[in-house]
Ligand binder design. Sequence first.
Ligand SMILES: [Zn+2]
Length: 159
Amino acid sequence: MATRLAVALVLASLICLQGADARKAMLILGVMAAHAFGEGSGVGVSFSGPRGWAQGLLVTIAIGLHNIPEGMAVATIMVARGTPPRTALFWTLASALPQGLVAVPAYMFVETFSELLPIALGFAAGCMIWIVFAELIPDALETAEHSHVATAATLSAAA
Ligand SMILES: [Zn+2]
């Protein structure tokens, strides 16, 4: 039942997006979901670190807080391309779902995930860098002054 509902929601959401906008939105969502795997691994492994629960809680709060601007970025891109806000909310939450799904097995199989963690975190960072250079900066250059985009990118990189 839940699976059918999820499939129906996905199909309904895809109908709302068409053509190049749909491909671009799905690409961004796919990359964001892939990078969430690395973050979920980090959350699960952090609970098994030398400082235990306190360290895990700190990492979970940090990852949770960083999800706010990240989710706003995903939702903003989708709504700007004509996605209804509720559909954008659904996809934004769906793109972050791997975090929670991976955190539990990462905690349970911490030795395996600890060895994979550097690769997973590097992959997560690479996903974000790719999104910025392949999608966000080109989109910004279409509508904003090039010098403003360059200044914002430089300040963001320095921060
Ligand atoms: Zn992230």
